[in-house]
Design a protein around this ligand. Sequence first.
Ligand code: AR6
Length: 168
Amino acid sequence: MKTIQVVQGDITTIAADAVVNAANTTLMGGGGVDGAIHRAAGPALYAACEKFGGCPTGEARITSGFNLPAKYIIHTPGPIWHGGDHGEEQLLANSYRNSLTLADEYGCRTVAFPSISTGVYSFPLDRAAQIAVRTIREFLRSASHVEEVTMVCFDPTTARAYQAAVNN
Ligand code: AR6
């Protein structure tokens, strides 16, 4: 049975095969979940990310999990919200789909996501949750290895939005 679930918590503590980082296009760290992942994974993560020379919005790159309990970290820059008519919805779907594609290629069974783009990048939460859940469900239908996707939400409001999208 392939499943999508929602939990409230800190993604740096999750022992999934892959955890996803809501990065920026430099892949060189920042605030929010990106800062938390870099702090917890340790400085070797910066060295690994430096080698990519950045990453376009909606694409994804994979590294080791270093000091995290996760085996891999998948880094994806989500879109910055500019009002909705700059391809934001498509780019957010790309971030989820490209992250899952990498996880599947690396044989991951379990994948954990934060709420990409809904912090500093200001993507409206309910719309982001619907796009995330729709894209994950579509992907799971044809996945070879990924079976369990967890949305790890930092606060109760975010958790409620993703739970509502899952229940729909
Ligand atoms: N575990 C899970 N979720 C978290 C954690 C955590 N430890 N910490 C924060 N969140 P944001 P974005 C939630 O701003 O909007 C960075 O500077 C947070 O509450 O981290 O994609 C990057 O370098 C929110 O619900 O990511 C980029 O420059 C969600 O994670 C930029 O921010 C996403 O918030 C990316 O902005």
